[in-house]
Ligand binder design. Structure first.
Ligand SMILES: Cc1cc2nc3c(=O)[nH]c(=O)nc-3n(C[C@H](O)[C@H](O)[C@H](O)COP(=O)(O)O)c2cc1C
Length: 233
């Protein structure tokens, strides 16, 4: 059965990205998806990377250690500072590498992603890493409208960034962003006229989250964790 890593990063408890994530996970469970690991980056934010992390990363580059596997990367850990850095990275990376599907709740904060999510990305990604065949789903919510053709489309450094990063750079073929737009029309009187557009967008996002949770619950399990078990067996 496929495994799911579910990350939340909204500072709000009653949040759109959390609601979309809960709907996805409910559909995943109802349709036979496997183990779910949930990490709340807002409650337990990873620290920014340290100098030990950067020197570990330099060793990986210098020595051509590129296979995305914790036991490979661990070979580059040599100094005390690198050991401290690896102690933070290793459990986060192990969760990522054990997942077949990665579900990321990512609100737009100041045109980008929350700092805690960016810290997680910095901690777990290494040069020339290939994250395929994992599938990535980004659950986005934003106060305004940033979809195709909107005046603010070029300001989208959140959903667009995550797609460019995982799909464009880290070899993930199957990545999708689901977005609830114009959330601020619920609270900003200046945006009240856009409420119908928000409601349509939120309903479509919820429906797509359920659809994808259902569909991805039955993808083949192909993670490194399975390969390790197969090797041991
Ligand atoms: C710190 C902060 C920064 C935000 N920056 C933006 C922004 O740049 N553009 C935008 O459209 N909405 C912005 N918003 C609104 C959020 O994107 C919106 O409230 C969204 O629903 C947050 O996701 P959540 O409901 O999962 O918490 C910001 C909200 C916060 C709290």
């Amino acid at each position: 059965m496929p495994r799911l890593l579910h990350l939340d990063s909204s500072a709000r408890t009653d949040s759109f990205t959390r609601r979309l994530g809960a709907a996805f996970v409910r559909a995943w469970r109802l349709n036979g998806g496997g183990e779910v690991t949930h990490r709340d980056l807002a409650i337990d934010p990873p620290p920014p990377i340290s100098e030990g992390w950067t020197s570990l990363c330099d060793t990986l580059l210098r020595e051509g250690i590129t296979e995305a596997a914790t036991d490979h990367y661990a070979q580059a850990v040599r100094t005390e500072a690198e050991r401290r850095a690896w102690a933070v990275t290793e459990p986060l990376l192990a969760e990522l590498l054990a997942a077949d599907v990665v579900l990321i709740g990512a609100p737009m904060y100041n045109f980008g992603v929350p700092a805690a999510l960016k810290a997680w990305i910095d901690q777990v990604t290494f040069p020339k890493m290939v994250l395929a065949p994992r599938r990535f789903v980004v659950l986005s919510a934003r106060g305004g409208a940033y979809g195709p053709g909107t005046p603010r489309e070029p300001f989208d450094h959140q959903g667009r960034y995550l797609l460019d990063f995982f799909h464009g750079h880290y070899g993930v073929e199957d990545a999708e962003v689901i977005s609830a737009e114009l959330v601020n029309s619920l609270s900003d009187p200046g945006l009240a006229g856009r409420l119908p557009q928000h409601l349509d967008s939120a309903a479509a996002a919820l429906a797509r989250a359920v659809e994808l949770g259902t569909e991805l619950a039955t993808v083949p399990a192909t993670t490194s964790a399975d390969r390790t078990l197969a090797k041991e067996g």
